[in-house]
Design a protein around this ligand. Structure first.
Ligand code: FE2
Ligand code: FE2
Length: 352
């Protein structure tokens, strides 16, 4: 089990919650209004603060900062107004979790955290946080997304991969609790590393990484209840989720993006055998840039942690990619193998 730090303004409620958790021996309760600062190296922080006043937020940030130096994920339990809590969570770099479901959902989070990779390098964590803030400001604030803005984000990811390496980047981003941020930054990083492995020119490397960064931009239009649902989507939710490809294309069309990038945004869920969406494209109808991003997209989804599933090992994820014969470009899947080899489980400590 993970070492959990539970910060609270209601000690009795926190003690009840800890009693309900399987791994209570790994839980420490910290009084938000106590004198001492929290210490130690928790692998998961949970804030159970019923009355999130501005003073509580300042104290909470101070507590979290005291133990947050190694990219420790932070869950904010929501007692009241969900939209307000989302904003407060963003300010704290936290993910929200309904307080009423905490006893049910936290044990899985703790098991998952215990099985997750060791802390990423400080350089990778710093870059990943910067990239997360970029996504909030550039993609999720509701303002138009321009090619110049996308260039800035792409250069940020490319610099991170150059300085920290793809393995450290993946480990840093895998620690994000926001699944959409985690996914976008994984696909962008994997694509940047893939472009280097393929020996593409600097211009083409930028083009591929930029398209990857933008590929799921339509998800910013998907309701948060679906995007952040801590369980598998039902049929109707899946139908809505799948609209993100066409929505993303519509968001960017006419804004100065080149046709190849727009094709990635619209068509990254197309499969060579025509079984994909939204247009059921086949074989030669699917451009190379799309095929490249699709491989990184599927691989990223397989190695991501989700509230309802653990991350697959690189070997298991690669085996699935390789098994998608007829749906993915087999030559490109083979070319992707060295990128995936950067995540040797023996080296990273990653487990399924
Ligand atoms: Fe997608
Ligand atoms: Fe995706």
């Amino acid at each position: 089990m993970a070492d959990l730090l539970l910060i609270t303004d209601d000690l009795r409620h926190a003690e009840r919650l800890v009693r309900d958790l399987d791994g209570r021996e790994g839980c420490r309760i910290h009084d938000l209004y106590g004198e001492a600062e929290p210490a130690g190296h928790p692998s998961l922080i949970v804030s159970d603060v019923r009355d999130l006043t501005s003073e509580a937020l300042v104290r909470l940030r101070r507590c979290v900062d005291a133990v947050h130096g190694q990219g420790v994920p932070h869950l904010l339990l929501v007692h009241g107004h969900a939209a307000r809590a989302e904003i407060q969570a963003r300010l704290l770099g936290a993910e929200t979790l309904p307080a009423a479901a905490a006893a049910r959902l936290l044990p899985a989070r703790m098991r998952d955290r215990a099985a997750s990779p060791p802390p990423a390098s400080a350089v990778a964590v710093r870059h990943a946080r910067e990239a997360g803030r970029f996504l909030d400001a550039a993609f999720f604030a509701g303002d138009p997304i321009t090619p110049t803005l996308a260039d800035t984000g792409t250069e940020l990811v490319a610099r991170a991969i150059h300085e920290a390496g793809i393995g450290a980047w993946v480990r840093a981003v895998q620690r994000f609790d926001d699944v959409t941020h985690q996914h976008i930054l994984l696909v962008a990083g994997l694509s940047a590393a893939f472009a280097c492995r393929l020996g593409l020119s600097p211009r083409d490397r930028h083009h591929l990484a930029k398209a990857a960064l933008l590929h799921d931009v339509g998800k910013t239009k998907i309701p948060a209840a679906i995007l952040k649902k801590p369980a598998r989507l039902d049929r109707e939710e899946l139908r809505i989720m799948r609209t993100h490809a066409a929505l993303g294309h519509a968001m960017l069309a006419g804004s100065g993006f080149d046709p190849a990038t727009l094709a990635v945004v619209r068509s990254h869920h197309e499969m060579l055998d025509g079984s994909g969406y939204p247009d059921g494209l086949r074989g030669g109808q699917i451009p190379d840039l799309v095929r490249l991003v699709t491989i990184g997209d599927i691989y990223a989804a397989l190695i991501e942690r989700r509230p309802y599933k653990s991350a697959l090992t690189e070997a298991a994820a690669l085996a699935i990619l390789t098994g998608m014969t007829g749906r993915l470009d087999a030559d490109l899947v083979r070319a992707f193998r060295p990128v995936a080899d950067a995540f040797d489980p023996a080296a990273t400590g990653a487990t399924a």
